[in-house]
Design a protein around this ligand. Structure first.
Ligand code: AMP
Ligand code: ZN
Ligand code: FE
Ligand code: FE
Length: 279
């Protein structure tokens, strides 16, 4: 039997703290057989990660995570084969432009609230082109305004908090279809964050199935085992692949490690075999 995998990780190409090559080496050290690199709105980390993966002897799946228009938030993961992942790039460039309009608004609002942070402070936390709220959280942390990045989200940055601004986004239908049109496999990220009742979740999944969604992230860092049970049953009902990932961000999200999340995540290699059938 192959070792466990992790289909949701972030590198310095977006808001992770490890370079793509470090991320792959970290996965190797933790004994994983495969990771997907799923940065926000960019595939810039993929080439470096692929090189390191072939050197380290683990498998690397090119992926991306995009936010789509839904309250409070919905993220769609797209997985690609190593030969076709560049087809989605023009869509991602558009999404990054929309993201760039949001960050200064957040920083201005924080300044109004009395926090002395600048876009330069935030940019200094980012390794690549994609700047996001975790970089802002990290800047607030380093200036001593919060004790953890989680606290920065809970008090200021999360949807509904005083320094939250939405960005223009694709609709869920558009997001799913853009990934499919580019030859990718669309999967709903962390459905547990959207689960109010089982009935609502069921209706939402029926709708997303209609747009072409292929899988749901049934195994996730923030799930209870009860949540996972519900999501696995819904995956069977709608014939979705039940994928899984930790959403590892290195030091930008405390207490989450690659492969295992907060300790008990386990994603079987068989999930990847299901995914690959759709490439
Ligand atoms: P952005 O792409 O700038 O909207 O930031 C999205 C990232 O922020 C996600 O990948 C999460 O890592 C992080 N994030 C969003 N909401 C929260 C939250 N409530 N608590 C902690 N991290 C969050
Ligand atoms: Zn992130
Ligand atoms: Fe996400
Ligand atoms: Fe993520």
């Amino acid at each position: 039997m192959k070792a466990y995998i992790d289909l949701h990780t972030h590198s310095t190409a977006s808001d992770g703290s490890m370079r793509p090559s470090e991320l792959v080496r970290h996965a190797k050290e933790k004994g994983l057989s495969c990771i997907a690199i799923t940065d926000h709105d960019t595939l810039d980390g993929v080439d470096e990660a692929l090189k390191e993966a072939s050197a380290s002897g683990i498998e690397l799946i090119p992926g991306v995570e995009i936010g789509v228009d839904f309250k409070p938030e919905m993220h769609i993961l797209g997985y690609f084969s190593t030969s076709n992942y560049t087809r989605i790039i023009p869509v991602l460039s558009r999404l990054r432009m929309l993201r760039e309009q949001r960050n200064p608004k957040i920083v201005d609002k924080l300044n109004e609230m009395g926090f002395k942070i600048s876009m330069e402070d935030v940019r200094a936390k980012a390794g690549g082109k994609v700047i996001g709220r975790p970089h802002i959280a990290k800047a607030l942390l380093e200036k001593g305004y919060v004790k953890t990045t989680q606290e920065a989200f809970e008090k200021y940055l999360a949807c509904g908090k005083p320094a939250y601004f939405r960005k223009d986004m694709l609709s869920p239908e558009e997001g799913i279809k853009e990934i499919k049109n580019a030859g990718g496999v669309p999967v709903l990220a962390h459905p547990v964050h959207l689960m109010k009742t089982i009935k609502d979740m069921d209706a939402l999944l029926a709708e997303l199935k209609g747009y072409g969604l292929s899988g749901i992230e049934a195994h996730y860092t923030d799930n209870t085992s009860h949540d996972t049970g519900i999501l696995l049953r819904l995956a069977i009902k709608y014939d979705f692949i039940a994928t899984g990932g930790s959403d590892f961000h290195g030091s930008f999200k405390e207490n989450i490690d690659i492969g295992v999340g907060r300790g008990n995540l386990k994603i079987e290699y068989g999930v990847l075999e299901e995914l690959k059938k759709l490439f």
